[in-house]
Design a protein around this ligand. Structure first.
Ligand SMILES: [Zn+2]
Length: 328
């Protein structure tokens, strides 16, 4: 896999269908559009091929600058071309393009190292990586450093901000060592309002003179994840009224970033060990958060969840969602 670096806009990309992207770009591509001032904004798109908002934002940006200069240099990385053409999160080799922004010896690491090599002496203004969620979530940003410029970059998108420092290999974590950086989570794929919100955000940052060092964390609501809610992968699971072993509350996604109160139903099952909560340190902390009684899993004490999903494949492969706490 080879990184292509373009100093022009591939015009066919502006109006191609998303699944035809592989007809326009051969593989991972950096598009460097020269602007009025040289310290560039770096934007990452399509690390996950089924998260489509970043593709439509990319098309709008390219269309804007096909015949005029942006206010500062704009460098856009277009990531997983194969996965995007297939409409899948990852390509056939199953490698997650948002876990390879670190040292490593796969062909993906070679590409991300080449991207970093190209950018490292360019005095980047900021880095924005655009994603969608699997479940319904409000828009929010994720940062990996707690300081003014990162808060400011996040607040320009949304006041809801998640702070995390793991796992290694995430794009925004990598760029947080180089410049203010953010992962944008723009709700579920396929909604035009997400494209508009993220496009407006990128334009705002592109036109910004500076990110403020003294931006206060009291101007945002900062969360961090403390634990992961897992399901028993071996169960037959449903999110409807079907008669299956583990029945997840079909309305679960509406609780993302909303306090789940004591007694709230999460799932029904005849089996006691079908849901568990694992802390970031790897300890089983189920009894801190959940009560199992009368075949029901309910909230023990109020907590704020995120990324709760009704997608059974995702909950089995990854998790049902996360437990968060507010950081002050
Ligand atoms: Zn993603």
């Amino acid at each position: 896999m080879k990184l292509s670096i373009l100093d022009y806009i591939p015009l066919d990309l502006i109006d191609c269908e998303i699944t035809q992207i592989n007809k326009v770009l051969e593989g991972p591509t950096l598009i460097h559009i020269e602007g009025d001032i040289p310290n560039p904004l770096f934007v990452t798109t399509l690390l996950h091929g089924n998260e489509t908002t970043s593709f439509y934002v990319l098309q709008k940006l390219l269309n804007d600058y096909k015949d005029k200069r942006p206010p500062r240099d704009l460098i856009i990385f277009v990531g997983n071309i194969e996965a995007t053409s297939l409409g899948k999160r990852v390509a056939s080799d199953d490698v997650d393009f948002n876990r390879v922004w670190c040292k490593g010896d796969t062909k993906y690491h070679q590409v991300t190292n080449d991207v970093i090599e190209y950018l490292k002496n360019k005095n980047l203004f900021a880095s924005i990586d655009i994603h969608n969620n699997t479940g319904a979530n409000p828009f929010y940003g994720c940062i990996n450093v707690r300081s003014g410029k990162f808060y400011h970059l996040a607040a320009l998108f949304q006041k809801k901000v998640v702070y995390f420092t793991e796992p290694d290999g995430v794009n925004s974590l990598c760029f947080s060592k180089i410049c203010p950086s953010i992962t944008i989570e723009a709700g579920k794929s396929g909604f035009p309002e997400a494209t508009v919100a993220v496009y407006n955000y990128v334009k705002k940052v592109l036109h910004l003179d500076e990110l403020r060092d003294d931006y206060g964390c009291d101007e945002i609501t900062l969360y961090h994840t403390v634990a992961t809610i897992k399901v028993n992968k071996n169960r037959d699971i449903t999110v409807s009224d079907e008669d299956k072993e583990l029945k997840i509350n079909p309305a679960i996604e509406k609780f993302n970033f909303v306090p789940m109160l004591k007694g709230q139903l999460i799932a029904k099952s005849m089996n006691k060990n079908d849901l568990c909560v694992i802390s970031d340190e790897g300890d089983d902390v189920t009894s801190n958060y959940l009560i199992y009684h009368d075949d029901c899993y309910r909230v023990k004490e109020m907590f704020i969840p995120s990324m709760l999903t009704t997608n059974i494949e995702v909950m089995k492969k990854d998790c049902l969602g996360y437990v968060m706490e507010k950081l002050i």
